[in-house]
Design a protein around this ligand. Structure first.
Ligand code: ATP
Ligand code: MG
Length: 723
């Protein structure tokens, strides 16, 4: 059968086959198209993915988010969008909102951070549900916000953890499931790199925070250690591994010199064994006290008292010792000072007791001597000379007891306006009697008077001159001069501005070593075998009480100069300068005097003086007796014209209480206080207590006559009421 002769059936069959073939080809073509589409899609995804990854790898944070967003917007053909990540606190942080949105958006708070609790709208829902959402209908937006007509939102999930969000909006056409798939695929690509990047950022931030903390704490500790006044060291294997700045001052070595040095090198030899043993025991973990006091040896070989507080640490992987070293030399010195003062106080009490009795005996001696002097006038030179010698010795004894009494009571000076010239002459004569040392005294005629307690200042000057003399065992010259000075604050003296009489006492003696200079005014400081170390401390305390100043300059082997400043006054001097004893100068009187003193010898001596001066005398040995006699005399219309009351009556009523009672009987009573303690506050401020005058024991007839005259004649100045 030929081709032409094919049957109709055959033809129909062929046609069917052909149709089938066409359909198959069409299907193949469709499949081919799909594959092609998929290939294109997958190529596109690959290119997006590569683009994004390259951005992640090459772009710094601040630009990365914006760049990635730009790629996504391009591929999703969207107008706006944002790309954010979830921070450690769980908030959404958007380093990139599309610049257009940013510019066009009028919302007041264009925050980059959206706190978790404020997540809202479609993007909030997507975040909360970790689900892709899209809408092709306009969304409600706050006023001023760009209009969102269509949007597609995809959360970025790593593992199961939400780590970010991609959102795009306003594509010209509707968003399709293909768009969703594409954006989800992009999100899947971004997830691991974003996660890695966030992890890295977090670790970096963490590291920076710890570094910052470490730096801060290091700075804090090094400031603490470096600014500490105490020395701080780390010692390992007995050598210094670390030392702070304060250690330089403390040890005299620089920090560089200290590092590597044996710690025992800066310990005084007598304490080295002790320190080494402590060190050993501590390192063995045995219980040893955490702090101790030792002597340290500095670079110059000087010893310092230090307190060491020690601890055990691990330093560079090995046990080491930290030590805080405090200089306690000053504290020790203060403690010693306090001890000295306490000793001095107890000495004062003891000395005071002895000196008081001794002074009363001297009062009798000196008083009687002054009477004897009157008796023997005309007995010839020998008698006068002998008497003079006794007087000199008695006056030396008087000064000594006064010295002790000043210490015992340490009271305020009883000031009088005087020229220091006579006082200086007397002091020099007294201190240098019998000495090989010569003295040159230079006093200008126009020297201002000073308001001082003569007894006390003489004592101070005596002490200085005696020291000067002792400093020149082979003899020499002491120069004493006085001058007027005006102290201005610029002179940097510890004195108030004003006028002063300056007394300088210069010797050519051994001089004072520099290290002793700060100590010479300390009580008990002496370099002499038989010295008590009291002379200068007494001088110092006296001059201080006069609101003056004492200073010293000295050069070894050349000599020393002591300078004393005493407040000057322009007041006229009321009392006549002291001269020799002569009866013409006594102020004789009349009338009856009551003398109260517990010592019979004094009563006798003063009684004789008073009789000699023309007065009648009655005696009382204590306050009660004095009051009785005073009252009797008043009632019998033969009252006393003055009373002299001893302030201290052991076991009885003394002058202070007696005067009160006498004033009750007669408010106008003319009373004189008498005491060996010239520094007693009652002697200094007698008027406050109701007395009209004072007489310090020991006294001579002349002094007694003057004070009686003054009190009886009523020129003692305005009387003050007591109480
Ligand atoms: N002019 C001086 N030259 C050298 N050293 C002096 C001089 N004056 C004082 N000193 C030193 O000061 C120390 C203290 O003097 P201070 O007068 O207080 O006590 P002292 O003379 O030792 O004993 P005291 O005076 O109690 O008998 C002396 O021991 C001496 O070392
Ligand atoms: Mg002395």
């Amino acid at each position: 059968m030929s081709k032409e002769s094919k049957t109709k059936e055959q033809l129909l069959e062929e046609e069917a086959r052909l149709r089938q073939r066409i359909a198959e080809l069409e299907m193949l073509e469709a499949e081919h198209r799909i594959i092609e589409d998929e290939l294109r899609q997958s190529k596109r995804e690959l290119s997006i993915r590569n683009e994004i990854i390259s951005i992640f790898l090459t772009t710094p944070d601040d630009e990365m988010y914006a760049k990635v967003l730009r790629v996504i917007l391009k591929h999703t053909e969207s107008q706006y969008g944002f790309f954010g990540y979830i921070d450690q606190e769980g908030n959404l942080v958007c380093p990139s909102l599309t610049r257009d949105i940013w510019d066009q958006c009028q919302v007041p708070h264009k925050n980059f951070i959206f706190p978790h609790e404020q997540w809202g709208g479609l993007w909030g829902q997507s975040l909360k549900e970790k689900k892709t959402l899209y809408s092709n209908k306009p969304l409600p937006v706050p006023e001023g916000h760009v209009p969102i007509l269509k949007t597609l939102i995809v959360p970025i999930i790593h593992g199961t953890k939400l780590i970010g969000l991609l959102a795009v909006a306003n594509k010209a056409e509707d968003y399709t499931p293909q768009d969703q798939t594409m954006l989800e695929t992009i999100a899947d690509h971004i997830a691991p790199v974003l996660h890695a990047r966030l992890q890295r950022d977090r670790q970096e931030a963490e590291r920076q925070r710890s570094e910052e903390k470490l730096r801060e704490s290091e700075a804090k500790y090094s400031a603490l250690v470096e600014q500490a006044k105490d020395g701080v060291v780390i010692v390992q294997d007995e050598v210094f591994k670390f030392a702070n700045k304060a250690m330089e001052t403390l040890s005299g070595y620089s920090v560089e010199e200290l590092i590597g040095k044996s710690c025992l090198d800066i310990v005084a030899p007598e304490h080295r064994d002790f320190v080494a043993q402590r060190h050993r025991l501590r390192l063995q973990g045995l219980p040893v006290p955490a702090s101790y006091e030792i002597k340290m040896l500095d670079k110059n070989g000087a010893k310092k008292e230090v307190e060491v507080s020690v601890g055990l640490i691990n330093y560079q992987g090995k046990p080491a010792i930290t030590a805080f070293i405090r200089d306690i030399s000053e504290r020790k010195r203060m403690e010693e000072e306090l001890l000295k003062i306490q000793k001095l106080e107890s000495l004062g009490i003891l000395a005071g007791g002895i000196a008081h009795d001794f002074n009363n005996l001297l009062a009798v001696t000196i008083g009687n001597l002054s009477l004897l002097e009157l008796e023997i006038s005309g007995y010839g030179d020998t008698a006068s000379e002998l008497l003079e010698a006794i007087k000199t010795a008695s006056y030396q004894a008087k000064r000594l007891t006064q010295q002790l009494l000043t210490f015992a009571r340490g009271g305020a000076p009883i000031r009088k306006v005087v020229y220091v010239s006579n006082l200086l002459k007397d002091a020099v004569n007294f201190a240098l009697s019998g000495s090989r040392v010569k003295c040159e005294l230079i006093i200008p005629d126009d020297l201002w008077p000073a308001e001082i307690d003569e007894g006390q200042i003489s004592q101070a000057i005596d002490n200085i001159i005696i020291n000067a003399e002792q400093a020149m065992p082979a003899g020499g010259l002491i120069r004493v001069w006085a001058e007027n000075v005006t102290v201005e604050p610029t002179l940097s003296l510890p004195l108030k501005r004003g006028e002063y009489v300056k007394i300088s006492i210069q010797d050519q003696g051994v001089g004072i070593p520099e290290e002793n200079l700060p100590k010479i005014f300390d009580p008990y400081f002496t370099t002499k075998q038989k010295g008590a170390g009291l002379g200068l401390s007494i001088a110092y305390s006296i001059i201080k009480k006069h609101c003056g100043y004492i200073g010293v300059e000295s050069e070894l082997g050349v000599g020393s100069v002591f300078h004393i400043y005493l407040p000057a006054t322009r007041e006229k001097i009321s009392t006549a300068p002291s001269g020799g004893v002569s009866e013409e100068k006594f102020c004789c009187g009349w009338g009856k005097i009551l003398l109260m003193d517990d010592q019979e010898m004094i009563r006798n001596m003063a009684g004789q003086m008073l009789t000699r001066l023309g007065y009648r005398v009655e005696f009382a040995s204590h306050g009660e007796e004095a009051i009785r006699l005073f009252r009797q005399a008043k009632e019998s219309k033969d009252p006393f014209c003055a009373v002299i009351l001893d302030l201290t009556i052991p076991g009885g009523m003394g002058g202070k209480e007696t005067i009160q009672k006498l004033r009750e009987i007669d408010p106008e009573v003319r009373a004189i206080a008498s005491s060996g303690y010239s520094n007693d506050p009652i002697m200094t401020e007698y008027q406050k207590y109701g007395f009209k005058g004072i007489v310090s024991k020991p006294y001579e007839i002349k002094e007694l006559s003057e004070v009686l005259h003054k009190v009886i004649m009523g020129n003692e100045g305005p009387a003050q009421t007591f109480g």
